[in-house]
Structures are given as C-alpha cells and as structure tokens.
Design a protein around this ligand. Structure first.
Ligand SMILES: Cc1cc2nc3c(=O)[nH]c(=O)nc-3n(C[C@H](O)[C@H](O)[C@H](O)COP(=O)(O)O)c2cc1C
Length: 169
C-alpha cells in the first residue's frame, strides 16, 4: 500500500486472528518505529516485543489492574510491543508517541492490525511491572504506550473526520 493511502485510511484494530505475524513483517514494523523522528535525533526510545502468549497474558492482567476492569486490554493480539523512553528525557513522550504512530501506519500498510493501548506507564510502576523492567534492563525508563499487532480479523470501518479541525491562519 502506498504511504498516502496508508496514512489516510488507517484504523485501529481490536479483533485479531490468533496466527502470529511473520518475523519479516514485524521487522518492517519495528523499522518504521525506529526511523521515526526524535528530538535532537537522540533515538532514546526502546521497543520491547513480547510474543510469548503466557507473558502477554501476565502483562495484560497488569494493564487490566490499572484499567480497573476484568477484561483483556490487548484484545487477544498475538504480538504486544511496549514503547519506553528514559525517565529523564524531556522529549521522551513525544518521541515515543511518534514511534508508535509510525509502527501503526507501517503495520496498516502491510495489512496488519494495530492499536495503541494506554496505561503503559502505570502498569510498569506496579511491583510485578517493575520486575519486567528489571528483566529488560529498563529500570530508568517509563512506558509511553503499548502497541498491539496481529492479522485483522474483521474489516475495519471507514474513519469519519470531525469538521473544523484545519484552521486557515
Ligand atoms: C494515546 C492513545 C491512547 C489510546 N488508548 C487506547 C486504549 O487503551 N484502548 C483502545 O482500545 N484504544 C486506544 N487507543 C486507540 C484510539 O481509541 C483510536 O486511535 C481512536 O478511537 C481513533 O480510531 P482510529 O485509530 O481507528 O483512527 C488509543 C489511542 C491513542 C492515540
């Protein structure tokens, strides 16, 4: 899919096939994120990719604790990425957000569904979340967002763009 088409038709996906995405597709999506702009080109964000289903379940539970609902906030996606930035990086959240946006558009261009899932910062502040940060050697990092990925199960609806969002100055 060409870039403009992907950028203007992308939608979030919340219903996934269980089949795992291919390694080369994941690599392309990660490359999109790694090539996102960053303040002063510091490229300080990290992307943790989780594909072990047991681990995804554990992490989904942590996210659900913060959500305060007994649901799977990752919608059964077979791949979940967590985007982290250094706690002391002033442009961190901006840089990390661009990484996720680029990954989502890149995924969509490959016909792979994605969605940004919130509560990434808070879930890794829980005691069980901190254990993951230790395991990944990211103790001095904070979560920006979770990016779930997988093959699209149901057709995605067309987007309706709200009016009056562009102001001629
Ligand atoms: C900062 C941010 C947080 C989001 N958090 C969630 C979330 O926790 N769960 C969810 O299902 N979607 C979440 N989304 C996806 C939005 O709901 C979605 O982007 C929005 O409804 C617009 O739909 P579209 O992405 O299909 O254009 C989030 C998106 C952003 C940018």
């Amino acid at each position: 899919m060409e870039a403009i088409q992907a950028l203007t038709t992308r939608r979030s996906c919340r219903s996934f096939k269980q089949e795992q995405i291919k390694d080369e597709e994941l690599k392309t999506i990660l490359d999109c994120g790694l090539n996102a702009p960053s303040g002063k080109n510091k490229q300080s964000s990290k992307i943790v990719v989780v594909q072990k289903q047991e681990e995804i379940k554990e992490l989904s539970k942590l996210n659900a604790i913060i959500f305060g609902k007994d649901v799977d906030p990752f919608y059964g996606a077979p791949t979940v990425c967590f985007i982290f930035v250094p706690k002391d990086e002033s442009n961190g959240v901006k840089d990390g957000s661009l990484v996720i946006g680029a990954m989502q558009t890149g995924a969509y261009a490959l016909n792979i569904g994605s969605c940004w899932i919130n509560r990434c910062k808070e879930m890794f502040e829980l005691p069980e979340g901190k254990k993951y940060l230790e395991k990944w050697h990211l103790e001095d990092y904070e979560g920006v967002g979770c990016c779930i990925l997988g093959y699209i199960e149901k057709a995605l609806p067309e987007k309706v763009i709200l009016e009056n969002r562009v102001i001629k100055g």
